[in-house]
Design a binder for this molecule. Sequence first.
Ligand code: 4AD
Length: 430
Amino acid sequence: MITQVSKIFTDNLDGKEVSLQGWVHRTRSSGNMVFAVLRDASGLIQVTIKKDKVDEKSWSGATSAYVESSLSIKGIVKKDERAPGGYEIQATHYELISQGEAFPISKDLSEEFLLDVRHLWMRSQKLTHIMKARHHIVNYLREFFDNDGFYEMAPPIITKSGCEGGSTLFEMNYFGEPAYLTQSSQMYAEVFIFSLGKVYVLAPSFRAEKSRTIRHLAEYWHLEPEMAFYDQKMNMEVQENMIAYVCKKMVENHSDLLRACGRNPEDLAKITVPFERIDYAKAVDMVNELGGKMEHGQDFGADEEALLTKTKTKPIFIHNFPKDIKAFYMREDPNKPGTVLNADLLAPAGHGEIIGGSERIWQYDDLIARMKEQNLKIEDYQWYVDLRKFGSVPHSGFGLGIERLVKWMLNLDHIRDTIPFPRTINRCYP
Ligand code: 4AD
């Protein structure tokens, strides 16, 4: 039976013989001893191989292994204060499964090189920790919606029209006809509120972002809930409850992993509801007071969002943006004409926007009028407009960028390490 490395630190195995399988994380030899660190999916363990304690084949395997050679070992678990984690394995048998070649990644290589060999760099401890944390974060998001009676729906990725404006559409040739990679599954999520009430989609969205920034990807994972009979107030409550739930679960069950990624779990333990709500107009004034320069009617960029969130310890909502700078489907606020019933949720400490959401225009005539104002071709959106003809109801929803959430929750400097193979303006390989 194969023992997982993590069990050596949790189960009382001192003095017992175990079999392990994994990869060489580090190895060095000195005289008649080899000191190796074995890695499996659950962690790292120090292994010592003494020439006089193993057969010749084991010794030759241990002395010829490279970093990342795969191996299988047998040995005795020994408590040893000097070993990382307090235990090591004294090998009795060491077998190389595949010696392979010298691993091309060593210390202090440039970020660009590491992106070129991303398929190998994925084995690093840093990315392993982040990918595990991402897995748990996504699971808790799903759990949150499942607990609340939402259904997950599968949207199309190839579409005929944009949801968020033409400038960031990726066009493709669909059997001789133009089509696009989806920018957002929102319009398709809206289809399902009529049969399922509360739904969400978790799928990739694509944006032909021409700029290189620390928070934009050309392909990202987008969580998009949509709820029948929810107004914007209820929509924001879902968002803050969802974020608080995921933070709480990560702190309760994965604080070591958070620490390994560079996030102090105490920061996330503070993320409780409610989140502050700031009107757009007030937020613009705040930016200017904090030393930024922006006019009313402009959208916030990364710099303005950084100013607004720099000293915050919890996410903040900015709501009621001017309708002219927002997407066509957002409902105008009857109590504040000229602004829409929307909100962006900005993560604290400079991370900035992680969610965009709104109440939708749900009445046929209003939607047509708004689309005409924005010079959109109604026929391109005929099926979407149709939804307003047959038993339409008030409804709301939002879009959460998974990588933006992970970047903030794990306190990472750049979005690229939140996703295995980041797609950006200058990279689509490996
Ligand atoms: O604000 P956005 O563009 O809103 C929509 O797409 C709506 N249709 C969502 C909805 O209401 N269902 O994008 C929503 C979120 C942003 O807040 C951000 O987290 C993420 O998607 N996002 C990106 N993440 C990484 N790279 C990019 N280029 C992103 N663009 C948006």
